[in-house]
Design a protein around this ligand. Sequence first.
Ligand code: F6R
Length: 243
Amino acid sequence: MKLIRARDYKHMSRQAANIISAQVILKPDSVLGLATGSSPIGAYQQLIKWYEKGDVDFAEVQTVNLDEYIGLDAENEQSYAYFMRNQFFDHINIDQSKTHIPDGTNLDAEAECERYDRLIHSLGGIDLQLLGLGPNGHIGFNEPDDYFPKGTHRVELTKATIHANMRFFASVNDVPRAAYTMGICDIMQAHRVVMVVSGEGKAEIVKKAFYGPVTPQVPASILQLHKDFTLVADEAALKYVTE
Ligand code: F6R
């Protein structure tokens, strides 16, 4: 594991954007695995700025997102498909037919999960997977459990995750109760994994996930075993890490 210490959210975002843009410059047809949530927004904004300056070109990039709520269509403002267009895709020269997100409107979970895993495989796998870290150690929507789920699957969201995601919805009752998410194997097979973590609220889980035992009770802990994992975190999130 490689650790990049950043001063604050802005610096963390810039450091992560640097790694992503280097990936795209070196391999213009990279397959990027992308995440939603508040942690990667700053990196997306930085990449948009560099695109506008002509420093990075997304024309040949393909993307696969980690997850999507079940029951929300791509036009729903709370869907991750909408988030990605709004925060990133609509502001760069990516070919939107090359951006992929699980289809939350497909209620046939088996068919949708199989389709998504086949798609990732058909793209040749993920070159760089960007991740955030859930307050309970989840990655994607892989929640604490007794085992590491392998491929894309349907999950019932835990109370902690529903609570954490409530801030994006009008009320807690509006937060969907289930989602599709890539599995741990999909994530671990990415050639490179970059995680962005910011804020004191994540300090305890950072310590537990990356300096404690590898356990499915803290899904992110498995990244300790990835051959090319970079944690980009700010000082507040690294409060309990002395390394
Ligand atoms: C988002 C995702 C989630 C988030 C995590 C952290 O696609 O898969 O695992 O990365 O919940 O969310 P934020 O960044 O909002 O703290």
